[in-house]
Write a protein that binds this ligand. Structure first.
Ligand code: NAI
Length: 332
């Protein structure tokens, strides 16, 4: 039996993670969940939204399924997500974005994988007030992290039969920082002649994505552009409710949806659990439970095929009703 850390988060976190666990348990995958709470709910008792026990658990188990955690704007603790990714050196944020059968969107040929550098850039948190009216935030880009994420993107492309990697930067303006990221991508690209390498500026990339997304395959981006562009690509396939993700390092991996804690719908049983279910399917693939992962994916897609949708996709079922339908399809 495999022990997996379950990071419950806050906002809609508990609702969607319960859905994923119920489905995985119904598929009879042999998992021993090591439940670890994090986020707003534990600050008062433990003095931090990310107590050391959570990191220890992921280090020990090597794999985690995580639901979102709120990061208050402007003050207080450093983001739980940024800290987790940095502490565990989860350097690659992998966000596949592919049309889901029966989910209607503007385009029906989207199959993009966003590979986002996950440890530096403006997320390094090096900020200070120079005087009362001036704030400085330092963008950190290193050759080591840039080459490492480029290597990850090309390796992913080769292993998954992808044809093209596009490096997305603003190297015309951030000449040194994005320039270094691009230079690193070019260097690694030369080691993979079988994969087409393209370069595109992030603003043009956004415009092209909303007009003609099928021209893109793997997108390789520094942290901040990756964060923003992956919300855009989520929008192409039905929104944040269906966008899966994973944070991958040398020694551990944390699977989580792209979306946040959605405080506007928290506690209302309205959230779409699809994004975390698809993230969990990737987690099952990662631990070698591919067959069970495929079963769950089939049951989820069958549910959509039956016209059953949560509110964000124009339907009327609740998160728990949607979960029960998937389990029913799993058992049929
Ligand atoms: P958000 O992703 O939580 O929500 C944006 C919009 O999408 C909202 O209207 C929300 O209702 C909707 N939405 C998101 N997930 C949904 C789902 N599964 N089903 C149906 N609708 C869904 O982004 P927002 O509001 O900017 O951030 C809220 C909090 O989440 C912030 O504190 C932010 O820092 C945090 N956050 C955490 C992340 C993580 O833990 N990995 C990632 C992104 C944001």
């Amino acid at each position: 039996m495999k022990t997996i850390t379950l990071i419950q988060g806050d906002g809609i976190g508990p609702e969607i993670i319960n859905s994923a666990v119920k489905i995985i348990d119904a598929a009879k995958v042999n998992i021993d969940w090591d439940l670890q709470t994090a986020g707003a709910g534990v600050i008062e008792k433990e003095g931090s939204p990310l107590p050391a026990r959570v990191l220890e658990s992921v280090r020990k188990n090597g794999v985690a399924l995580k639901s979102p955690v709120t990061t208050p704007i402007g003050k207080g603790f450093r983001s739980v997500n940024v800290t987790l990714r940095k502490e565990l050196d989860l350097y690659a944020n992998l966000r596949p974005c592919c049309n889901i059968p029966s989910v209607k969107t503007r385009f029906d040929n989207v199959d993009i994988v966003v590979v986002r550098e996950n440890t530096e850039d403006l997320y390094a948190g090096v900020e200070k007030m120079i005087d009362n009216n001036t704030a400085h935030s330092i963008k950190i880009i290193t050759r080591k992290a840039s080459e490492r994420i480029a290597k990850f993107a090309f390796e992913y492309a080769v292993k998954n039969n992808r044809k093209q990697v596009s490096a997305v930067t603003k190297a015309n303006i951030c000449k040194l920082s994005d320039g270094l990221f691009l230079e690193s991508a070019r260097k690694i690209a030369a080691e993979y002649p079988q994969v087409q390498f393209k370069e595109i500026l992030v603003d043009n990339c956004c415009m092209q994505l909303v007009q003609n997304p099928s021209q893109f395959d793997v997108l390789l981006l520094p942290n901040l552009y990756g964060d923003i562009v992956s919300d855009l690509t989520a929008g192409l396939i039905g929104g944040l409710g269906v966008a899966q993700g994973a944070n991958i390092g040398e020694n551990c991996a944390v699977f989580e949806p792209v979306h946040g804690s959605a405080p506007d719908i928290a506690g209302q049983d309205k959230a779409n659990p699809t994004a975390i279910i698809l993230s969990a399917v990737e987690m099952l693939n990662y631990i070698g439970e591919k067959e069970k992962g495929q079963m769950i994916k089939n049951a989820l897609f069958e549910t959509f095929k039956q016209g059953i949708f949560t509110v964000d996709l124009g339907g009327g079922v609740s998160c728990s009703e949607f979960t029960d339908k998937i389990i029913k399809n799993l058992q049929e």
